[in-house]
Design a protein. Sequence first.
Lengths: 460, 227
Amino acid sequence: MPRRADVLAGLPQDEQDLLRPLVYTTNKFWIAAGILGLICVWGLISYIQQLRYGLGTTGLNQPEYWGIYIIDFVFFIGISHAGTLISAILRISNAEWRRSITRSAEFITVLVIGFGAVQPIIDLGRPDRMLNIIRHAQPLSPLLWDVVSIGLYFWSCTIYLYLPMIPDLAIIRDRGIKMPRFYRILAMGYTDTPEQRHLLEKIIGILAIVVIPIAISVHTVIGWIFALTLRPMWHSTIFGPYFVMGAIYSGIAALLIAMSILRKVYRLENYFKDIHFNNMGILLLLMSCLWTYFTFAEYLTAFYGQEAAEMRTFWDKLSGRFAPTFWIMVVSCSVIPFFLMCRKKTRKVAGTTVAACFVVVGMWLERFNIVVPTSVNPRLDLYNSGSYAPSWVEIGIMAGTFAGFILLYMIASKFFPMVSIWEVREGRECIAEVVTRVSSYLPGTLAPTGSPTPEILTSQ
Amino acid sequence: MTRWGMVIDLDRCTGCRACETACSMENNLPIINDEQTAMGRSISWMKILSQVSGDFPNTKTEFVPRPCMQCDNPPCTKVCPVNATHQAEDGIVAQIYARCIGCRYCANACPYSVKYFNYYEPQWPESMKSRLNPDVSLRPKGVVEKCTFCRHRLQKARERVRAENRPLAESDFQPACAESCSSKAITFGDLDNSSHRVHDLSRGPRASRMMEDLGTQPKVLYLKKEV
């Protein structure tokens, strides 16, 4: 379409770079989308099979009541902490380097929550009675707290994604590069007047603060689902904070992977620079240290008490049937990310991406190591060998939900710029302001606003 | 207020599993095939746990019959999101099969592993179908079930004594397992009623509860060997 190409060519550089994916679609995109679509169909067929014959089609049994679905539930909701928490914290702390990464992070959050929230429903024996949770709500059940906090989280994150996108939607509407009616509706008549901009920034500022406690509550409650039972290695006060920390950790890793893919496929090297990967890598390093600390604290507490029921699960993890998954988890969550991220040389695109991939795999295994070993070692020692092997139905559904998330993310990148155009532009405009702000941290007289001259730093 | 409870004398239990069988028949437990049983999906509301100790030939086997403990402070009812498992006013922990959404949270919360899940639509051989107990509802696939102390018998007994205009006696309400126990290891009755045998047995020096330290306060008590 020459007209669109002309329009695009006439735009400022930022808009050209960031709107190009909305206009042009490569064959590779279609091939990838096709493959992912097929995997989704596989997942769907698996689920239909499960609906028809019952949960007997899974590998679940007694005492292994919860398996892949609950693992994926915890994992996906964990990944969703990428967007909101990271973008909100960076916004509040005025970290200027956030500008090009918040949008892609927020999209991960909103798109992955759905895939996470659907997992416990897939796991239900009677999904047809799902609404009983509302009709016969039993407020003391942590599952109910979960429904409330995830619902609240989903809507607040969606608003938190949508509002900062309005100026970009208005840009797309004004440039007329695509589906004018769709973007006219979405842009809600935004014209970027100073009043509108001021109001928008104010609301974003408030939302950024509000979403943080909501995000923390979500994974705390998920931790409590396990911790509030009397099961060995679940019944632990550390689980709330441990889950939140792990969620942020896996979220950062997922965001790093998304950034490095977006950077490559949409040629966004100017927006996702080494400095972004470096800074995110430092966050990853911090989280890997925290993860190691929390994990050590948890296992030491269990070990030191030497309670028989706890020790069965404990040794099953450390040296028993789950030793492979346990030690792969430790290596991928502690050792590899730590040694890759503690050196500036490897804190570049390739290094952070490799570390992030290990973290994502390691964090999935962590969820596995929480759910399964405790399940197969119930307190009542009547099963010599409770065991669990996921069936093809479970694997199909898991593959389908992973593919579904990636596919939705790809599709979203065709309709919405994955880097915030207006925030990057605003970043360029506010360099003077930042210099003033930084100089105000220092002793001496305050610089007059809008004079980014270095002399103010030495004027005293 | 009645507190239905059970006292099981471990010294008397021979491990004959008559209680398991009587329970399956009474409560319409589905017949699980060998393949599913090997996967750990068999259902046995009353289960004889056995523990072998010592080295051959000097081995010793101990049996512990395990019904639902009918806790006074049940960990399962708290976590149920839909109140499908709840404590009835007579203290029995009941399960509403028609409401259960099958999340299996209660099954995970129970320290005694008494909760069972219907992984498939329950099945019986053709010859058994006409012999199912009409007093006990059949469970569909996808819900959790467990021992109810044969509560349907209590309902029948109440109707009977009301018609006969007399108070409920100990012998009016006995669960299938207690009835079938050939060595009379299982005693059942109102723990708070001094005319019932369980009243004194549960207060005797041999009585203890399973995993007492968890604070679940089971209404099933075990009489251990006198030393």
